[in-house]
Design a protein around this ligand. Structure first.
Ligand code: NIG
Ligand code: FE
Length: 421
């Protein structure tokens, strides 16, 4: 693959060390190298330093990428997304504008179930083609790793179909996809009268197949009234853990129903959403070593103002993560820069905290903190160049892409067509 030198970054945002997620005040320290550079060998970072220093020690036949005084950042790590689904939810979107709530829309035939029907009817080829389009959107926003959940199939065959599409995305796009099994996303309509039958199907048939075929690293549950209650969520998560899957939980999104506490009890890797989580849930996550994954895009798109308590979580020394929750219903945005904007304006996080939460802390939440999420020797050369000279601009300007180019393992996989110099 050869060598590549990146020169003249106005700021090389390295996020180097410690070798664990950043906590509290550490989240504000991005370990920036002003006028920085980086040497990459065979897709791996070999050295970082001042641009001059890297330029002085260029190996023979080294390709050069001139950052031209722009900001260089580790590729965003999106630790919560639902990128494989068929169709859209434009009708839900329009109803919401007329004042209907997420719950009302679901009860009237929209919601998760309407996407399940379309996803069941779609062929694996059509699903893959649509997901590939979504993958290109993530890339355009500077994201290089995406966690990808199943959950719009809700039968053994359809859940496996989605997980296989995720595997194919991983093989055939430049992005790395981290698969999560979310069979417990909703009770399918055929089991509405007997939800326990579906819980048993997830535990006895889906989970063993997923584990046997190594189709997922994590298991997730939508723990919420009307979806999976605490007892059902505990049952499914415990079975998944026994099969070697790590745990993520959709917790306390619509009501403070004890999801964060359950995540703490089960020592889940993450508890996600947490819009309604209070002190007790925060304490439980702390004692269970759980990382909170905050999803401001879903609060925004549902027209709510109830954002999770990011400041309290940071002060409690939780390793906060920010992600898009990209999905057709509650968060149709693949844009991490948009999430940074929301984190700063709505959750009072600083731009540096938001960047930490969407790179190195997110990488740790996916069990990849040793490979991605920061620009350090030995890590994969996954990085993005943004068309600005101060990293804070990425969160400050919003609503248009500032991505200049994106690299995965040292290879340029996206370049903005709008470069004017
Ligand atoms: O994370 N909360 C559950 N799941 C998604 C929404 C999925 C959908 O509406 O299709 C979420 O917000
Ligand atoms: Fe979600």
């Amino acid at each position: 693959m050869g060598t590549l030198a990146v020169l003249h970054a106005s700021q090389l945002v390295t996020l180097a060390s410690p070798k664990r997620p950043r906590l509290e005040h550490e989240m504000r320290d991005l370990a920036i190298i002003e006028v920085g550079g980086m040497l990459i060998r065979d897709g791996t970072i070999a050295a970082v330093g001042s641009s001059d220093e890297i330029a002085r020690n260029l190996p023979d036949a080294c390709e050069v990428a001139d950052a031209g005084g722009r900001v260089v950042l580790p590729g965003f790590v999106d630790a919560h997304a639902h990128p494989v689904f068929a169709g859209d939810r434009l009708d839900d979107f329009e109803r919401r504008a007329q004042g209907d709530s997420y719950e009302q829309i679901a009860a009237a035939g929209g919601g998760i179930w309407s996407t399940v029907e379309k996803t069941r009817a779609a062929s694996d080829i059509d699903l893959f083609d649509q997901a590939k389009k979504h993958a290109s959107w993530f890339l355009k926003c500077g994201t290089t790793t995406v966690e990808a959940k199943s959950g719009y199939g809700l039968t053994v065959d359809d859940e496996l179909k989605i997980l296989r599409v995720i595997r194919r995305l991983n093989d055939e796009t430049p992005l790395e996809f981290v698969p999560t099994f979310l069979g417990a996303h909703a009770i399918p309509h055929e089991d509405r009268q007997s939800p326990q039958r579906y819980v048993d199907l997830v535990i006895n048939e889906m989970l063993p197949r997923v584990a046997k075929e190594k189709l997922a690293e994590f298991c997730d549950v939508f723990c919420e009234q009307g979806y999976f209650d605490i007892e059902q969520s505990r049952e499914i998560s415990t079975a998944a853990k026994k099969l070697g899957l790590k745990l993520r939980i959709h917790a306390d999104q619509l009501s403070n129903s004890g999801g964060a506490k359950l995540a703490g009890e089960l020592k889940a890797t993450t508890a996600d959403h947490l819009e309604k989580t209070e002190e007790e849930g925060i304490a439980a996550m702390k004692s269970g070593g759980v990382q909170p994954v905050l999803l401001p895009g879903s609060v925004y798109a549902l027209g709510s103002t109830c954002y999770p308590r990011a400041r309290e979580m940071i002060e409690a020394r939780l390793a906060v993560v920010i992600a898009t929750d990209f999905n057709p219903g509650s968060s149709p945005s693949p844009s991490m820069p948009m999430m940074l904007s929301l984190a700063c304006t709505q959750m009072r996080m600083s731009p540096a905290e938001a960047i930490t939460a969407s790179t190195i802390n997110a990488a740790h939440s996916l069990g990849r903190g040793d490979k991605i999420g920061s620009l350090e020797p030995g890590k994969l050369a996954n990085f993005s160049i943004f068309d600005c000279d101060d990293y804070r601009e990425i969160a400050y300007y919003f609503g248009f892409p500032q991505t200049h180019s994106v690299y995965v393992r040292g290879r340029c996989v996206y370049r903005s067509p709008l470069q004017m110099g």
